[in-house]
Design a protein around this ligand. Structure first.
Ligand code: SAH
Length: 251
């Protein structure tokens, strides 16, 4: 059986119980070495568990290991950082397994964008501030469809979480401002959320590049943008005394 497993954002105890169980039972683990915390590999419990770091491998090479292990009836874990559903490159692997008629499951993980909110002690969807979270990135080697240009998303002024772009913050600021955020809109750079090396830099949309440079941050960071970081105090209807719903009568 092949299981794609979300390893969580970094801290070894932020993997799910199911993910940990799957690692304990694995005969073969292929992990994304660039971002998965290697402490998680210590959960592997089978004596001859084979462990591969995919950082230096191609899609074909990882697929070959999975297919061979599957034909040997081994338990295989393909370990991805955060949750595999965002920027996880799992679809292309599932496509290959589908071609070979090989079954697999996906075990979710805590994405870094959730860990970043926890670090910031913030709520992305604060009432009256923003009720949407745009998860996006600037184009790198992977292109971004033109209709998803960050300048267009910026027009919404909603909460935005930007992955994979910490090395391009000058360009990011320009596009966010061009698209419609005010220069002084609060922003935060969260480096290695939940790792021991975690750093948080609170800044503004205008000063993203400067703030990152001052703190030596070039990668493995999320950029969060929006007035949810602004400190306004608002209340939800759900817990308002006057509001009735199926579990409570309002007064
Ligand atoms: N699937 C992962 C994202 C993989 S893409 C997830 O759900 O989190 C890799 C990018 O994710 C990094 O460039 C960085 O922008 C972000 N990232 C991953 N882990 C992070 C962490 N612990 N703290 C901050 N950003 C992180």
């Amino acid at each position: 059986m092949i299981n794609f497993v979300g390893a969580g954002p970094g801290a070894a105890d932020l993997i799910t119980v199911r993910g940990k169980n799957l690692i304990e039972q694995a005969d073969v683990i292929i992990y994304s070495g660039s971002l998965v915390n290697e402490e998680i590999l210590n959960y592997a419990d089978k004596e001859n568990c084979e462990i591969y770091n995919s950082a230096s491998m191609t899609l074909e090479e990882t697929a070959e290991i999975m297919l061979k292990a599957e034909s040997d009836k081994k338990n295989i874990v393909r370990l991805h950082t955060g949750d595999p559903c965002v920027y996880g490159a799992i679809k292309e692997q599932m496509d290959i397994l589908d071609e070979y008629g090989v079954k697999y499951e996906v075990c979710p993980g805590v994405s870094s964008f959730c860990a970043a909110a926890a670090t910031l002690k913030a709520e992305y969807t604060q009432p009256e501030i923003s009720q949407s979270v745009i998860i996006t990135r600037l184009e790198g080697k992977t292109p971004v469809p033109p209709k998803e240009d960050i300048t267009l998303f910026a027009a919404h002024n909603s909460t935005m979480v930007i992955f994979l772009s910490a090395g391009m913050l000058d360009e990011l600021s320009k596009r966010l401002i061009k698209g419609g955020y005010k220069e002084d809109t609060p922003a935060a750079i969260v480096y290695k959320a939940s790792w021991r090396e975690e750093k948080v830099i609170r800044t503004t949309v205008k000063n993203l590049f400067k703030s990152a440079a001052e703190n030596g941050i070039k990668n493995t960071a999320l950029i969060t943008v929006g007035n949810f970081l602004g400190g306004s105090k608002t209340r939800s209807k759900l817990y308002d005394p006057s509001f009735s719903h199926s579990f409570r009568e309002g007064v």
